[in-house]
Ligand binder design. Structure first.
Ligand SMILES: C[S@@+](CC[C@H](N)C(=O)[O-])C[C@H]1O[C@@H](n2cnc3c(N)ncnc32)[C@H](O)[C@@H]1O
Length: 251
């Protein structure tokens, strides 16, 4: 399969048509049920006050964290996602502090700021296809964090997807009942997901299947002092029975 440039596989994969289907795919109520207060408790544990939600998408995490009293800034590469997050926040009476930003320019966009936490959730980081970009973005995150600040990054369990195939408990992160998910192509450098809305079209996403230990090594290399990896929000987990991986790193 022909490989496009990294950029094409990033936020450019989120035109309006895809963004309009995104919340059906997430299902905000079920996502909240599945994750409970995991992220909120984690942020509180590290005494976090300021958060950058760097892949805000339609606003699920940003809105939740604003409601919990955190001072939140948000960004996303897709202008359509930015627009949708503002719209979703308005429905809740919240003015989201959100800008369009490609992560490769994170420091340029936020250079005068430091955060207690940066979150990159919903399997977002795996939109970066080049090692150089992945390293650069994690280094930029590190730079923007206060000493003692926390990076929370999640990913699909690609170790399992690559070795065995795609399966889902349908309980975590992407829980929508009206969207069917399939993996239609996979190799060590690309997984293509197809998301079919029952009776009404589909979209595809190309993602880089980063393995758990590759992500851990990348975070360590950036200089983070400690790193804890969870599976489906549990510290002890079975790699063969886990949908999503959460990494918590402290600067
Ligand atoms: C899988 S979605 C997740 C959105 C949201 N966090 C969620 O959980 O629903 C990935 C998001 O990352 C954004 N994204 C991908 N590559 C990006 C990049 N290079 N810079 C900024 N945003 C990017 C996309 O626009 C998209 O909104």
């Amino acid at each position: 399969m022909k490989q496009d440039s990294g950029l094409k596989k990033g936020w450019e994969q989120y035109p309006q048509k895809t963004v309009e289907m995104w919340d059906d795919f997430v299902n905000w109520n079920k996502r909240k049920e599945g994750e409970g207060d995991f992220f909120i408790n984690m942020l509180k544990k590290y005494n976090v006050k300021t958060v950058l939600d760097m892949a805000c998408g339609t606003g699920y995490d940003s809105i939740r964290l604003v409601k919990e009293g955190f001072k939140v800034k948000s960004c996303d590469g897709s202008q359509e996602m930015v627009k949708k997050s503002i719209k979703n926040a308005k429905k809740e009476g919240i003015n989201l502090d959100v800008i369009q930003c490609d992560w490769r320019n994170l420091i340029d966009k936020f250079k005068k700021e430091q955060f207690d936490a940066i979150i990159c959730l919903g399997n977002s980081f795996t939109h970066l296809f080049s090692e150089k970009d992945r390293e650069s973005v994690v280094n930029q995150i590190y730079f923007l964090l206060n000493k003692g600040g926390v990076l929370i990054i999640d990913q699909r369990n690609y170790d399992y997807i690559l070795s065995k195939g795609y399966k889902s408990k349908h309980k975590y992160v992407y829980c929508g009942e009206t969207i069917d998910v399939d993996v239609i192509h996979k190799n060590d450098s690309l997984v293509r997901f197809k998301y079919t809305k029952k009776g009404n079209g589909y979209f595809t996403l190309d993602l880089y299947p980063i393995r758990i230990n590759e992500m851990r090594a990348l975070i360590r290399k950036a200089g983070f002092e400690s790193l804890f990896t969870y599976g489906d929000f549990e510290r002890t987990f079975d790699k063969n029975n886990t949908d999503f991986i959460q990494h918590i790193a402290v600067k």
